[in-house]
Design a protein. Structure first.
Length: 120
């Protein structure tokens, strides 16, 4: 018997962004007990949110890279984008230009509670 995992690990092998929420209002994505690791793209390595709602809880976002938003890029360009992070860790991400951990632009809304953001 294998061991029981409490977390799903999604790895990008530093070749693509892990999760991309398209420019469609009213899309909601809930992530819980997930590790997002090793994503890379020009826009965002871990999570790219264009005008959706992303809720991250009890998760880890680590070792992702991009020009902007290594861990998370939240872009409300059309007027609506929300990211909520709770009970999670965002660490070890990098960006060449802006936002190693979280890059929030163009009217996006971000909230972080009971979480650790470090070494980005």
């Amino acid at each position: 018997m294998g061991r029981i995992r409490k977390t799903t690990i999604i790895k990008g092998n530093h070749t693509f962004a892990i999760l991309s929420i398209p420019d469609i209002a009213s899309v909601t994505v809930n992530l819980s007990q997930v590790t997002i690791e090793g994503g890379h793209s020009n826009y965002s390595g871990g999570i790219s949110n264009l005008n959706g709602v992303v809720n991250v809880s009890n998760s880890t976002i680590t070792d992702n890279s991009a020009d902007g938003g290594g861990g998370i890029c939240n872009d409300g360009g059309a007027g609506f984008a929300t990211v909520s992070v709770s009970n999670s860790t965002i660490s070890g991400n990098s960006a060449n230009l802006n936002g190693g951990s979280i890059f929030n632009i163009s009217y996006g809304t971000v909230s972080v509670s009971n979480s650790t953001i470090s070494d980005n």
